[in-house]
Design a protein around this ligand. Structure first.
Ligand code: NAD
Length: 422
């Protein structure tokens, strides 16, 4: 029996089309790994709970885990990123699904709890909410050893777990999948970088000639800065890390504090993982230009002070799907994307399937690794093994028909030795 609570089961046919479209662009996780998992069943007897953006790509990860023999439970990792057609298709695929677009905070945590009630052995999180809830509300899953280990998909989640680990409060083995090269150098940089297109989609606006302020110059934001420049925008970067700020400057971007950048900004996009990148003060709001577009691509809706902006506005008008016009008391208009939540996932379909192929290939292989190595894993942060990261790279290249060079024995000895010099 499939357990579920979703928005509308009648959307299943549309959802199946979406899954098919993604599957064809995800040869590593939805073909190579799935075919092997189908034969070998490495996840037989294992229950996996995922708290992930429920998109067509996530659906293909869930199908691969199921093909490997796992019982799979899914809930959304953001109230606005769930695709309701996809959840309907997932239920027909036998995936236990608790997710619908636009759920409230209470409903969000209810969905997480429904997944945890299934006594999962592996948790795959995106933002840490499910694993933190397991620590707070389901400690017996940890003390009894039911949870073998956990996997985290995004930077914000990894930061939260590092903080827990430092305080000695992380009680499970935790693999920061986000930090693998095949994840953050492609998903964060290329996927979120291209997420800038979502901002255009939401406002139908021309980037060329606009002053575009990008907060941060990390994995996601440097990708965004590059794409915005490619579209003809004058890009201004804000940072708090001196080295990142220098990298941005030497890449040819203007760098300045946010308060200095705001008055001329036509578009402001954040992806820092930090709170109140625009401070929630009337002084900061006074700096915003009439007509400015505000969007966030960081994990939580805390980078732009959404709540205070709503309070400051004398009128809030929805002007198209997931875009609101906030009219300030002095008549200035602010265009807020996706209520300050992940604009690329809410306004569009999230990352292209091609990059999620790599992120989710890592997640699938890490679940297999956890099962194989369950007896030796200790609580705390554990890096994704380099050979698994490399394997995903090799499989992706193979799927694209690309060969690369291999080290000869002589070359191997040279780069791993010290004898040869001048
Ligand atoms: N939208 C998506 O689909 C998506 C995908 C991946 C990651 N994310 C999220 O995006 C956020 C950033 O992830 P990342 O991998 O780029 O992290 P990162 O650590 O590589 O980069 C963050 C950058 O922001 C800078 N920063 C921090 N506080 C700042 C502030 N107040 N002002 C200006 N700059 C500041 C940091 O110095 C750093 O350079 C996280 O919340 C992550 O979870 C979103």
């Amino acid at each position: 029996m499939v357990n579920y609570k979703i928005a509308d089961e009648s959307l299943a046919d549309k959802g199946k089309e979406s899954l098919y479209v993604a599957e064809n662009k995800m040869p590593v996780v939805a073909k190579m790994i799935r075919d092997r998992f189908t034969k070998e069943k490495p996840l037989k007897g294992i229950t996996i709970a995922g708290c992930l953006h429920v998109t067509k790509e996530t659906a293909n990860l869930a199908r691969t885990l199921k093909a490997g023999g796992a019982e799979v439970y899914l809930c959304g990792s953001n109230p606005l990123s769930t695709q309701d057609d996809v959840t309907a298709a997932l239920v027909q695929e036998g995936i236990h699904t608790f997710a619908w677009h636009g759920n409230t905070d209470d409903e969000f945590y209810w969905c997480i709890r429904e997944c945890l009630k299934a006594k999962p052995n592996i948790l795959i999180d995106d933002g840490a909410d499910m694993i933190v809830t397991a620590h707070k509300e389901f400690p017996e899953l940890i003390s009894s050893g039911t949870i073998l280990a956990c996997q985290e998909e995004t930077t914000t989640g990894v930061k939260r777990f590092k903080a827990m680990d430092k305080l000695g409060q992380l009680k499970v083995p935790l693999f920061p999948v986000n930090d693998a090269r095949c994840k953050n150098q492609f998903d964060n940089e290329l996927g979120t970088g291209q997420g800038i297109i979502s901002a255009i989609y939401g406002m139908h606006v021309l980037f060329a000639g606009k002053n575009c302020v990008i907060a941060g110059y990390g994995h996601c934001s440097s990708g965004m800065a590059l794409r915005a420049r490619g579209l003809g925008a004058n890009v201004i970067v804000t940072e708090i890390d001196p080295i990142k700020a220098l990298q941005a400057r030497f890449a040819g971007f203007q760098v300045m504090p946010i308060a200095k950048a705001l008055p001329d900004a036509d578009i402001i996009l954040t992806a820092t993982g930090c709170k109140h990148v625009i401070a929630p003060t009337k002084e900061m709001f006074a700096l915003l230009k009439d007509g400015v577009i505000l969007g966030n691509l960081g994990h939580f809706d805390i980078e732009i002070p959404t709540k205070e902006l709503y309070e400051h506005a004398k009128e809030i008008k929805p002007i198209r799907s997931d875009v609101e016009e906030l009219i300030f008391p002095d008549g200035r208009r602010i265009y807020l994307l996706a209520k300050g939540r992940l604009a690329n996932l809410v306004l569009s379909e999230g990352h292209p399937s091609e990059v999620m192929d790599m992120s989710f290939a890592l997640q699938a292989l890490m679940s297999e690794y956890i099962v194989k190595n369950k007896d030796s894993l200790k609580p705390g942060m554990i890096d994704v093994p380099v050979d698994i990261d490399d394997l995903v790279g090799i499989l992706k290249l193979q799927s694209m028909g690309i060969d690369i060079d291999e080290l000869t024995e002589e070359q191997y000895k040279y780069i791993h030795g010290y004898e040869e010099g001048t």
